[in-house]
Ligand binder design. Structure first.
Ligand code: ADP
Ligand code: MG
Length: 262
């Protein structure tokens, strides 16, 4: 490898020409996204513009009808079935790649019958084969990091939404993912709990974690993003550095959208 190649940041996500329809509804109409190591790429846009679907395509929770996705240089094999459906060539490959992609949802998606720490130790034990002891050590450190050390043995129903979301972030981190996906991580929270979750995500951005984030928190997006994509009806209508996109958007639609959520 030459010096130049060594210096090039790795492209952790390369999505090209992503299309997705649900029946007659064309939801994604050819979207590209590139996130290099340490990038924070933020998706903004009105409800229904396709942000969640696009994010879910990146870890194959939705299979795109067309386009290509590569994760850390490994292209995900997709093929057409006889009836025209697109499916992964190998579920093994999808599972392996997905193990390296953490996802945090709007509604936390914790296992409600498990305590906070059990939620965090389970995935690395089941998927990575860590022993309970190894997984517990890792979980304790992560729960301390997200400020939940004193809630370890609580059940999700007995902690606040902000604490649940921080637990979900710790659970995602426990897999030591190379990519983190966040789908409106603070949208389900009472306003007074938003800040504690954004603080954790900001910390992850500062650590240089590679992330793709859907959010309506514009001030936060402006602060942490390396790149912002504005989606409109399944297309990327505008993209740019946060200072440019938020400071002087080129399209009328993007400007209006930003004004509407500020
Ligand atoms: P956003 O996250 O920007 O609000 P979504 O990606 O959730 O947008 O949705 C985009 C469009 O796709 C919406 O019209 C939504 O109703 C539709 N949609 C999303 N998921 C499905 C699904 N599983 N089946 C049918 N339609 C869907
Ligand atoms: Mg959504």
């Amino acid at each position: 490898m030459s010096e130049l190649e060594r210096a090039k940041p790795r492209e952790i996500v390369a999505a090209r020409g992503i299309e997705k329809r649900f029946g007659a509804l064309e939801v994604l109409r050819g979207l590209d996204l590139s996130a290099h190591e340490h990038d924070v790429v933020t998706l903004i846009g009105a409800s229904g513009s396709g942000k969640s679907t696009f994010l879910r395509c990146l870890n194959l929770l939705e299979v795109p009808d067309a386009g290509s996705i590569a994760i850390d240089g490994e292209r995900i094999g997709l093929r057409k079935t006889r009836d025209g459906q697109t499916v992964p060539c190998s579920s093994k490959q999808v599972n392996r790649l997905r193990a390296g992609i953490g996802m945090v949802f709007q509604n936390f998606n914790l296992w409600t019958h498990m305590t906070v720490i059990e939620n965090v130790i389970m995935p690395p034990m089941k998927v990575l084969g860590l022993t309970r002891r190894e997984a517990t050590e890792r979980a304790q450190a992560l729960l301390a990091k997200v400020g939940l050390h004193d809630r370890m043995h609580h059940y999700p129903a007995h902690i606040s939404g902000g604490q649940q979301q921080r637990c979900a972030i710790a659970r995602a981190l426990a897999m030591e993912p190379k990519l983190l996906l966040f789908d409106e991580p603070t949208s389900a929270l009472d306003p007074e709990l938003v800040g504690e979750v954004l603080k954790v995500i900001r910390l992850l951005a500062e650590e240089g974690r590679t992330m793709v984030l859907v959010t309506h928190e514009m001030a936060f997006a402006r602060e942490v993003s390396t790149d912002v994509l504005f989606l409109h009806k399944g297309r990327i209508e505008e993209r740019g550095a946060p200072a440019k996109l938020f400071g002087s958007p080129e399209t009328e639609r993007c400007r209006k959208f930003i004004e509407s959520v500020l």
